[in-house]
Design a binder for this molecule. Structure first.
Ligand SMILES: Cc1cc2nc3c(=O)[nH]c(=O)nc-3n(C[C@H](O)[C@H](O)[C@H](O)COP(=O)(O)OP(=O)(O)OC[C@H]3O[C@@H](n4cnc5c(N)ncnc54)[C@H](O)[C@@H]3O)c2cc1C
Length: 253
């Protein structure tokens, strides 16, 4: 069993009310285990608002778990999170980075772990975050795309996390002289522009042309960023793929 270690959130960047990027360091300053882009780690909070399962006919719901006084019980919850930093960034900065969404159930009940994570972190009242000292997962380029000539990555929302780690690492290695032979295309879809995490970094990597990479961002609510009087573009997909030979036609609106 891996050790549970004490960590601290050192940077918290809120993209929207329900989406954030943050960085984690070990409280004792120790290094994280080495990892490959695409892997994940288990994070734990101890003050999570607990829920319990309710079965009504065939339907299962999770509702607040209340004590005798009617207060919601608190306790530990541990969940896995993909690492969005690249391995070289962790070596250089001794931190891990994550891209997380505040979970909201059908009944509006907030997720146990993420409610705790998003609570009080901005005023540093709640920035402790434990982690299991083990990084695992086989969603890596070596395991999933070895020998491929074309690699298409599709990430919606925080599903971008493992891909952005891979792309940043490929860019770093290409700059060191080992450009990958394959062509990489990354599609990232989210609701608004503000929620497209790593947008500028990915545009920069694409522009640098250190390896064969095309970045295709897409938002489903483009009007959220329009100035008064402006019309939304006919397609939600940026025309980034035009002229690259990656796609035959632009995506439909
Ligand atoms: C490999 C991996 C990588 C991941 N990477 C990311 C990432 O990069 N970013 C990210 O935001 N998320 C990621 N996740 C999802 C993350 O692990 C959590 O599932 C998510 O954040 C919701 O956690 P929560 O505690 O807030 O919600 P929960 O409280 O766990 O609620 C989530 C769902 O679980 C059910 N549930 C609620 N209460 C209970 C209960 N008491 N017992 C059992 N089930 C219950 C409900 O169906 C609810 O809709 C990843 C998951 C995996 C497996």
């Amino acid at each position: 069993m891996a050790d549970l270690k004490s960590g601290r959130i050192v940077e918290w960047h809120r993209l929207s009310p329900s989406l954030s990027l943050f960085r984690l360091v070990a409280v004792d300053g120790s290094q994280f285990p080495s990892y490959q882009a695409g892997q994940y780690i288990a994070l734990r909070r101890d003050d999570c608002l607990l829920t319990r399962k309710v079965k009504e006919g065939n339907e299962v719901r999770f509702v607040p778990d209340l004590d005798a006084e009617g207060r919601q019980k608190r306790g530990p919850v541990t969940h896995s999170y993909s690492i969005s930093s690249a391995p070289f960034e962790t070596t250089q900065g001794n931190h891990l980075e994550f891209y997380v969404v505040l979970e909201r159930g059908r009944d509006g009940v907030l997720g146990r772990f993420t409610e705790s994570l998003f609570r009080g972190v901005e005023d540093h009242k709640n920035d402790r975050l434990a982690f299991l000292e083990r990084i695992v997962g086989d969603f890596t380029l070596a395991r999933r795309a070895a020998g491929f000539q074309h690699v298409l990555m599709v990430g919606t929302g925080t599903g971008l996390a493992p891909f952005v780690s891979m792309i940043k690492q490929l860019h770093f290695e290409a700059q060191q002289g080992t450009a990958p032979p394959a062509r990489y295309t990354l599609l990232h879809a989210n609701r608004t522009w503000e929620e497209l995490a790593y947008h500028r970094d990915l545009l920069e990597i694409e522009k640098a042309k250190s390896f064969d990479f095309v970045y295709v961002p897409s938002v489903s609510r483009p009007a959220a960023r329009l100035r008064p009087g402006e019309q939304p573009a006919p397609s939600h997909l940026w025309p980034a793929c035009e002229g690259t030979g990656r796609f035959g036609a632009r995506a439909a609106p």
